[in-house]
Write a protein that binds this ligand. Structure first.
Ligand code: GDP
Length: 180
């Protein structure tokens, strides 16, 4: 994970979790979100089975990191492709749907799969669709406990209201830098 010519570190980040929890929406919201954020517009690039974006984020106290974002959309079908990405990912956003209890219960399995073998990447656990408060099936407290037990930070996000989306990626970038 060497600095780019601008002196920014570049990290490969993947977004994992059950189908339909909102991985693609979260990625798109971050990569193409209003304001563009530091580093400007997102850059879609060509890949097979995954989509690629990048965006530069601030990392406290004074750094910046360019995140290369890999969408594992269709990972249920492209499992072997995704597996090869586990090994090169510096960070993982592990996403579940706050209104879908089964997606929460699968978190330890996703964690095991992505953490296994070699240097484990940095993780952030993301409870997504927090705009659907009336349909919530997992409490923040419960999710926080699970995250802590697996050594992850936890944040709740919504792509619909754009709540904490940038924060989730910035937390991950911070976690990656700390682990360097
Ligand atoms: P993926 O399969 O994990 O990539 O999930 P998608 O990004 O395709 O989203 C699955 C469904 O959840 C779609 O119908 C989205 O519109 C919806 N969705 C995604 N993010 C949110 C959110 O923050 N809030 C709500 N209410 N729905 C969302």
């Amino acid at each position: 994970q060497d600095p780019d010519p601008g002196g920014h570190f570049q990290f490969r980040v993947i977004v994992l979790g059950d189908a339909a929890v909102g991985k693609s929406s979260l990625l798109r919201c971050f990569a193409e979100g209003p304001g563009g954020g530091p580093g400007g517009a997102a850059t879609p690039g060509p890949t097979v089975g995954v989509e690629f974006y990048s965006r530069t984020v601030p990392v406290p106290p004074a750094g910046r990191a360019k995140l290369q974002l890999w969408d594992t959309a269709g990972q249920e079908r492209f499992r072997s492709i995704t597996r090869s990405f586990y090994r090169s990912a510096a960070g993982v956003l592990l996403v579940f749907d706050l209104t879908n209890r089964a997606s929460f219960e699968r978190v330890p399995e996703w964690h095991r799969e992505a953490a296994g073998g070699g240097d484990p990447p940095a993780f952030v656990l993301v409870g997504h669709k927090c705009d659907l408060e009336a349909e919530r099936a997992v409490s923040a407290e419960e999710a926080g406990h699970l995250a802590a037990s697996l050594g992850m930070a936890f944040v709740e996000t919504s792509a619909r209201t754009n709540l904490n989306v940038d924060l989730a990626f910035q937390m991950l970038a911070g976690g990656i830098q700390e682990a360097l």
